[in-house]
Design a protein around this ligand. Structure first.
Ligand code: GLY
Length: 361
């Protein structure tokens, strides 16, 4: 089965996303067809290389095997990919292809956007997290030693190929990480300005077992719903000056937890889930949402195996990290907060308010 979604951003940026459970031969053919007159540099995650290099059929000369892990998304590796592009003789007419999770997609996309002032870029996400989030919408980045994603561009891919076969080899931790971002979409659906209701919240409630079992057709539908919401958001606000901020539900505390634990303890989706528990609690206490929606939402998170944070981190350190977040303004910390059923809004809190809320968690 295959679903194709079209993304249109502004007047002249358009691309399509294929979501499929078809075999790898078909994927190979389509990638080759799309890039047949181009030189390719394929930036591929090391894990993916070990598992799929034979299925994927790229020649070893065009593959750059990229080490896994957030700490690798740095300027030294960026320079190495650039050098490889030069060695291969890539020109402005050529293409960089990312095959991997969010780290590979982010750094390969950043390279494609800056090499010769921008060359074609194709995303082949191999994790659920990258499929429902980072491979679509055009955010690219590398990290500096103490600041995630601070160097980057908005650069839309030419094409995204999502193939659910890759998800069979994700371990439970990685798969659950993707589900953290998936659940986020359920809680923001009404704020995404999608033209018709998709009922993702209900779909997640009713199809939990099939989703946990990674049933391919259910996954295609799930990814389709998440991406329809993301496309609606980024088509209206590519550069995150307004609407796109809704995608950051759970992320303010989530990023702080990832940073304080040096990206070693929690996956991104797990950290975002902790952030969502926290902000749902806060929203209920402040009467932004009623008890029934609050309880149902926590039940939904728990149904997928997520739990509220049970480890203490020094509040002042978390707040210091939140203040450095790209989303923060000079003296306030920005949160996306549930404000009604499947709705969210942006609020700005003083560090004092945040300290109080964290202590009250
Ligand atoms: N990951 C959130 C966004 O793409 O804006």
């Amino acid at each position: 089965m295959r679903q194709t979604l079209n993304v249109k951003i502004g007047e002249n940026k358009e691309y399509s996303i294929d979501i499929s459970d078809g075999g790898f031969e078909k994927l190979n053919r389509e990638v080759y067809e799309l890039t047949k007159n181009q030189k390719r540099l394929v930036v591929m995650s090391k894990k993916v290389y070990k598992l799929y290099s034979e299925d994927l059929n790229f020649s070893d000369d065009e593959i750059y095997v990229f080490p896994d892990g957030e700490k690798e998304k740095n300027y030294k590796n960026y320079l190495k990919i650039l050098n490889r592009a030069i060695e291969l003789g890539l020109t402005r007419k050529d293409v960089i292809i990312a095959v991997g999770g969010g780290v590979v997609g982010d750094i390969a996309g950043f390279t494609a956007s800056t090499y010769m002032r921008g060359i074609d870029f194709i995303q082949i996400p191999t994790t659920l997290l990258a499929a429902v989030d980072s491979s679509v919408g055009g955010k690219t980045a590398i990290d500096l030693p103490n600041a995630k994603n601070v160097v980057g561009t908005f650069y839309q891919p030419k094409k995204v190929f999502i193939n659910t076969n890759f998800f069979n080899t994700l371990d439970n931790r990685q798969y659950l990480s993707g589900l953290g971002e998936v659940l986020k979409y359920a809680f923001i659906e009404e704020s995404c300005k999608h033209d018709v209701p998709l009922f993702l919240y209900e779909f997640l409630t009713l199809s939990c077992e099939k989703i946990i079992q990674r049933e391919p057709l259910t996954l295609i539908r799930l990814i389709e719903y998440c991406l329809k919401l993301k496309i609606a958001v980024v088509s209206e606000d590519e550069k995150e000056s307004g609407l796109r901020k809704v995608l950051n539900l759970g992320h303010t505390l989530g990023h702080a937890l990832e940073t304080i634990t040096k990206y070693k303890k929690y996956t991104h989706g797990q950290a975002v889930a902790y952030g969502m528990f926290f902000i749902f609690d806060w929203a209920y206490k402040k009467e932004y949402i009623n008890y029934s929606y609050y309880r149902l939402s926590l039940d939904l998170l728990e149904k997928y195996g997520f739990k509220p944070l049970d480890t203490y981190y020094p509040t002042d350190k978390l707040i210091d990290i939140m203040k450095k977040d790209k989303k923060a303004t000079s003296d306030k910390i920005t949160f996306i907060v549930p404000s009604g059923k499947k709705q969210v809004k942006e609020i700005k809190l003083t560090p004092f308010d945040v300290e109080f809320a964290l202590k009250d968690m």
